[in-house]
Design a protein around this ligand. Structure first.
Ligand SMILES: Nc1nc2c(ncn2[C@@H]2O[C@H](COP(=O)(O)OP(=O)(O)OP(=O)(O)O)[C@@H](O)[C@H]2O)c(=O)[nH]1
Ligand SMILES: [Mg+2]
Length: 465
């Protein structure tokens, strides 16, 4: 990637609200350009120290405060500045125009971060984390993105890569001396390294499920018979009148999605059409969609009307459970409308039913609630958080689909190496799969592999001896 020598500028804050706007400038001409457009009260930008602040005036536009950064001690690694002005869209536009007249060009999207990557201020994974940090709305998202930005994730990948480089070195050494019929590589060492690296890649790739849930919200499907109170429940959780509620069965026909943060975890609630054998076609389509949404959910909330006849309740629970995957999904049964029971219903009976029937094979829990009266909702919230397993998720979580794909490729290539070892494949074929794994990992952080591989061989082994 060739960096162009232009000095770039762009607004760094969104225009529209707030008291101050910031314009960011980066590139070799930053300081001379500033001197051309700003009259500074004391001295000039060209001789100012890095990390200093200068006050000045842009004639006929605004007073500005300029922070000066000197290469390489800036975000991009270049000479750079941040110009603070009053948050008026007119002022910002005019200052950008002046900057362009003085020799800047407007930055492309992401260009500052791209420059930071090219100048070695951060790797690709960290650069990607910048976007995630900005987009984060929940504390879990923030925690994961921050770990990636600070390089925790990159360090883990580097560790993994150096294991693979050692493997490559072991194999390539054997390759170089194959004519002499010497088997250099310690095969058991090779096997251990391989298995560790392979399971590490796989574990990281699998963490994408949780990582993705943190990034996009844990999908929670709210399902049940018509009129059981699904939409009322959604509104109660969101504390908002998001979905239409009525006593006419079949009110919700399409799915309604809304996100909500509980204890720092983002959830994506999906209110669905009530399940019954529908007489009309539109409602039937809605019900089919409900079944699809159950498949996509991490947690399924089965809402039943606790005041309905017992056989109906059991039937409803069985019907929903039949659509839930006992291994990968959580099933939370909500006995709703308990405010209507007046203590008459034996909810324990249902608890026993859940525990003693084939429903017990599910990761399940039964809660009594009243969506309308707001009973049991706190317990529901904490159940959701514990089902998600994300409030306290530690370790590295992969949140980026590109990374997850690269890690899966790496794991596949590594298990091919492992198979090859078992089948006694020639070293050069094994080395090829190993290189594919290295390339996949390197693509995450944006490293180049081949020269590094060579360097690794010579730094660890003394071939000339
Ligand atoms: N007493 C009582 N009534 C409730 C409760 N929850 C919901 N309802 C009432 O039940 C009726 C149906 O509620 P909805 O939330 O529209 O039910 P739904 O499951 O979304 O229904 P469909 O969209 O038709 O499938 C409304 O009249 C609600 O006010 C509850 O906890 N207690
Ligand atoms: Mg509804």
């Amino acid at each position: 990637m060739i960096l162009d020598a232009h000095t770039i500028c762009a607004p760094a804050t969104s225009v529209g609200s707030g008291a101050i706007s910031v314009i960011r400038i980066s590139g070799p001409q930053t300081l001379p350009i500033l001197d051309r457009m700003v009259s500074f009260r004391h001295g000039d930008a060209a001789t100012a120290a890095g990390y200093s602040l200068k006050f000045g005036t842009v004639p006929d536009v605004d007073d500005v405060l300029v922070s000066i950064y000197r290469a390489p001690h800036s975000y991009t690694g270049e000479d750079a500045a941040e110009l603070s002005c009053h948050a008026s869209s007119y002022i910002v536009e005019t200052l950008l125009e002046r900057l362009c007249n003085a020799g800047c060009r407007l930055a492309e999207p992401g260009e500052f971060t791209q420059r930071a990557f090219v100048n070695g201020k951060m790797d690709l994974a960290q650069a990607e984390a910048v976007a995630d940090i900005i987009a984060s709305v929940s504390s879990a998202q923030h925690r994961v993105a921050m770990n990636q930005l600070r390089g925790g994730y990159s360090a883990e990948l580097r560790g993994l890569r150096s294991q693979l480089l050692e493997l490559t070195a072991l194999l390539e050494l054997e390759l170089d001396f194959s004519e002499e019929d010497v088997e250099f590589a310690d095969r058991s060492r090779l096997r251990t390294l391989l298995d560790t690296a392979c399971s590490h890649c796989r574990q990281l790739a699998e963490s994408f499920r949780a990582g993705n849930a943190i990034r996009n919200g844990v999908p929670v499907a709210v399902v049940g018979a018509p009129n059981s109170g699904k939409s009322t429940l959604l509104n109660a959780i969101l504390r908002d009148d998001r979905a239409i509620v009525s006593d006419i069965p079949g009110t919700t026909r399409d799915t309604v999605e809304e996100t909500c943060i509980i204890d720092g975890v983002l959830f994506r609630f999906i209110d669905t059409a009530g399940i019954r054998s529908a007489s009309d076609e539109v409602e039937q389509l809605g019900i089919e969609r409900t079944f699809r949404k159950i498949g996509e959910a991490e947690i399924v909330l089965a809402v039943v009307d606790a005041s309905a006849p017992e056989t109906e309740i059991r039937e409803s629970i069985r019907m929903i459970a039949g659509k839930v995957d006992a291994k990968s999904q959580n099933l939370v049964i909500l006995m709703n409308k308990v405010d209507l029971l007046g203590g008459n219903k034996n909810v324990n009976g249902f608890n026993n039913f859940v525990l003693n029937s084939d429903i017990s094979k599910y990761k399940t829990k039964l809660l009594e609630i009243s969506a309308k009266a707001g009973l049991g909702l706190d317990e529901l919230r904490s159940t959701l958080v514990s089902c998600s397993g994300l409030a306290s998720a530690t370790g590295t979580l992969v949140t980026n689909a590109r990374h997850a794909a690269a890690l899966r490729t790496a794991a596949t290539s590594l298990s091919a190496v492992s198979d090859g070892l078992d089948r006694g494949l020639p070293t050069d074929l094994l080395a090829e799969d190993l290189r594919a794994a290295l390339e996949a990992l390197g693509s995450i952080t944006g490293q180049i592999t081949t020269d590094e591989t060579l360097g690794e061989i010579f730094s660890h082994f003394c071939i000339g001896k």
